[in-house]
Design a protein around this ligand. Structure first.
Ligand SMILES: Nc1ncnc2c1ncn2[C@@H]1O[C@H](COP(=O)(O)OP(=O)(O)OP(=O)(O)O)[C@@H](O)[C@H]1O
Ligand SMILES: [Mg+2]
Length: 416
């Protein structure tokens, strides 16, 4: 069965897979995504953008390639198509990374823009960039310039912390690029100059400051920023708690980091994946019917869904900013729509209300993994109060027969 292609008006979509920490499974997810999309009928070119330690060819079960991206970047060839290799999977090709990696770790600005221009000219529906670990400018620029970005993380505090850091850094790079392309660079420079270098602030605050200088600039930048919705994959999950992390991070990122994030799915820890790597076979082709393969395909479908990613649910950063300023000033936020507070559609059924309430209460526990390293205790407490109020207000309006009382929290010290 073929999926509907997103609107591909003449040029390929550039999708990037990144995520901060090393060894989380970025290459594996990128390769699986490529295989699935090719099997669904799209022409895909996988590009190993990990110029420090390229190994996407190994994940695809291929020998070390004779030609690589570095040959093109170093102008050993004029046409990038010279380094496009067949993978053996119909419609899926590979541009391998650097053959002599270390000398090309840091791309100059003109090399990055030339590379992106050339990738946009490739004969493909999707160009999938597998990026290296970390938050180097190479990685951040390629991630934030892509049409879509997918972060792959592990359900561990260090990986979660890196993920939020990566998200903020990528946002700032995107802002910088937008400033340049839309002609507002001087305003953005002015705003960023006055910000703390170690923590440059939340997107909503930055947009507010831009608006104080030039409302047209803020509106133009916000309309681009708000429609960009990075996706998140939790890889190597081993428990229900790990599986739930993605949903919790989606909510926390929107509320507390104020950068929208879309959870695309969780992939089980599966030793067969490692076995396939060792024997240099592509997992999706070897075990197409396993649960892991099913989850990999679900991630691919979610990430590749037609249209703008997240269309229909793009959080408004300015709403988040208003809420933040109420919290900062110590005032109570005006009573919000309780359905919205609980992340529900208006008129949701009682069971839905209860399960949303319990989910958010779990997400907001002081020891919640999704809050790893975020310095947001005052906001967390205030939000718990909002959630409790919203739940109470919705419970008042329903018949006692239909609503089961929420189980008491085992240790209330985690909540407030
Ligand atoms: N779901 C999984 N279950 C078991 N092992 C996994 C899973 N996902 C990845 N791995 C293993 O983790 C290792 C790292 O995977 P991969 O190379 O894809 O990570 P990466 O994020 O691309 O690393 P790098 O940052 O070095 O590029 C591999 O050995 C792979 O087999
Ligand atoms: Mg990799």
């Amino acid at each position: 069965m073929q999926t509907t292609s997103p609107v591909l008006c003449g040029r390929p979509q550039i999708w990037a897979v990144g995520g901060g920490k090393g060894g989380t499974g970025k290459s594996l997810v990128a390769a699986s995504l490529g295989i699935h999309l090719a099997q669904m009928g799209r022409r895909v070119i996988l590009v190993d953008g990990d110029l420090g330690a390229p190994n996407l060819h190994t994940v695809l079960g291929m020998d070390s390639p004779p030609l690589a991206l570095s040959d093109f970047v170093k102008r050993r060839f004029e046409s990038i198509e010279t380094v496009v290799l067949e993978t053996g999977v119909p419609r899926l090709s590979l541009i391998s990374g650097a053959r002599n990696s270390l000398d090309i770790e840091s791309l100059k600005h003109f090399q990055k823009t030339r590379l992106l221009r050339v990738l946009l000219g490739l004969p493909a529906d999707v160009v999938l960039l597998d990026l290296g670990a970390g938050t180097s400018l190479n990685v951040l620029d390629l991630f934030s310039l892509a049409d879509r970005g997918l972060m792959v993380i592990l359900p561990e505090p260090t990986s979660i912390e890196n993920c939020y850091r990566f998200l903020k850094a990528a946002f700032l790079r995107r802002l910088d690029h937008l400033g340049r392309t839309l002609g507002y660079q001087s305003i953005i420079d002015l705003v960023m100059e006055h910000r703390d270098q170690s923590d440059q602030g939340r997107p909503s605050e930055i947009l507010d400051e831009i608006a104080r200088i030039d409302s047209c600039a803020a509106a133009a930048v916000a309309s681009h920023v708000e429609t960009y919705l990075p996706h998140l994959v939790i890889n190597q999950v081993r428990s229900h708690e790990d599986e739930r992390l993605g949903e919790a991070m989606e909510w926390i990122s929107e509320r507390f980091v104020r950068i929208p994030l879309r959870f695309a799915g969780a992939i089980p820890y599966d030793t067969a994946l490692v076995q396939c790597l060792k024997s240099r076979r592509a997992y999706l082709s070897e075990y197409p019917r396993s649960r892991t393969a099913e989850m990999l395909r679900a991630v691919a479908e979610s990430f590749a869904a037609p249209g703008r990613p997240g269309a229909g649910h793009v959080p408004d950063l300015r709403v988040a900013a208003r809420r933040a300023s109420w919290l900062d000033s110590g005032r109570c936020a005006p009573v919000a729509d309780p359905y919205r507070t609980l992340d529900l559609r208006p008129g949701a059924m009682h069971d839905e209300v209860l399960s949303a309430y319990l989910r958010l209460r779990r997400t907001l526990r002081s020891d919640s993994p999704a809050l790893a390293s975020l310095d947001c205790e005052a906001e967390r407490r205030a939000t718990v109060v909002e959630i409790e109020e919203a739940y109470r207000s919705l419970s008042r309006n329903v018949s006692p027969r239909t609503v089961r009382p929420a189980r008491p929290v085992r240790s209330s010290s985690h909540l407030l």
